[in-house]
Design a protein around this ligand. Structure first.
Ligand code: ATP
Length: 273
């Protein structure tokens, strides 16, 4: 299991240059970078550096990207774990994974732990959940709470966790000293979409007719992930047509495909909700 965890330790090369828009979130996240880089500035004044920070926002708005950028900017190791992995695990495995992960992160401090989809383990323990046997989820959640409380303040480990919905999280997770800081990531507006397109157009060989203004205007409601998807899809379409450059029409075709994909997804999801 150590080997498995080692796989998940990465040196992040992501920086704030890769994160477009999200101005307010970036201001707050920069403070986290500073906690990791210059802890003495805070500790010498008797301040307690936050342990847990919740990144809250719709799918594809850059929560994972932002967490990686923190590690990349602060140049600290990044340990990650996805909440949904635990749901199917055998009893005891989730808790021991959490324990191992915190141990490794403490040994490599300063460091970042990133927990994606924390709602998968941290949902409110309500009646609906109690009907199903959710022992594994519960023991993983309890271990997570134990770890958060167990490591002292100012140990140099900061836990970032991502969720689409902070409102469904167990209140125990949100108490002071746990995930008591929340950073909100919103869907991008038109200008922000433009900035995101710029980031993802960087590696693309584009034709002179590519119009960023039009691309941004015609993608309302799109997330950063959707935009990244359009740019890559456009390049694939152009390659298939044996072109030397990616033209506006390729982007428009890619956009239609991404919209098609989104519509299919919402059709599958909507009957349940
Ligand atoms: P989910 O909730 O679905 O896990 P997420 O919020 O963690 O999504 P990411 O995985 O960070 O979203 O985003 C997916 C990809 O979309 C990123 O790797 C990046 O390529 C692109 N992306 C998302 N937001 C931005 C942004 N603000 N700037 C640049 N690229 C972005």
């Amino acid at each position: 299991s150590t080997a498995k965890l080692m796989d998940r330790t990465i040196k992040s090369t992501t920086t704030f240059k890769d994160v477009a828009g999200l101005k307010e979130a970036k201001v707050e996240i920069k403070e986290i970078v500073d906690f990791l880089k210059n802890p003495e500035t805070y500790t010498k004044l008797g301040a307690k550096i936050p342990k847990g920070v919740l990144l809250v926002g719709p799918p594809g708005t850059g929560k994972t990207l932002m967490a990686r950028a923190v590690a990349g900017e602060a140049q600290v190791p990044f340990f990650s774990l996805s909440g949904s992995e635990f749901v199917e695990m055998f009893v005891g495995v989730g808790a021991s994974r959490v324990r191992d992960l915190f141990k490794k992160a403490k040994e490599s401090a300063p460091s970042i732990i990133f927990i994606d989809e924390i709602d998968a383990v941290g949902r409110t323990r309500d009646k609906a959940n109690a009907l199903r046997t959710n022992d594994e989820r519960e023991s993983t959640l309890n271990q997570l709470l134990t770890e958060l409380d167990g490591f002292g303040v100012n140990t140099g480990v900061i836990v970032l966790a991502a969720t689409n919905r902070a409102d469904i999280l167990d209140k125990a997770l949100l108490r002071p000293g746990r995930f008591d800081r929340h950073i909100f990531l919103e869907l991008p507006n038109k200008d922000e979409r433009k900035e995101i397109f710029l980031v993802h157009l960087r590696p693309i060989k584009k034709a002179a007719d590519v119009d960023l203004e039009i691309l941004a205007s015609l993608s309302p409601g799109f997330s950063g992930a959707d935009i990244a998807n359009i740019c890559n899809e456009a390049a694939l379409i152009a390659a298939r047509k044996k072109k030397n450059e990616v033209a506006q029409e390729d982007f428009m075709e890619a956009r239609d495909r991404v919209i098609g994909g989104l519509e299919r997804k919402s059709k599958i999801i909507s009957p349940k909700e």
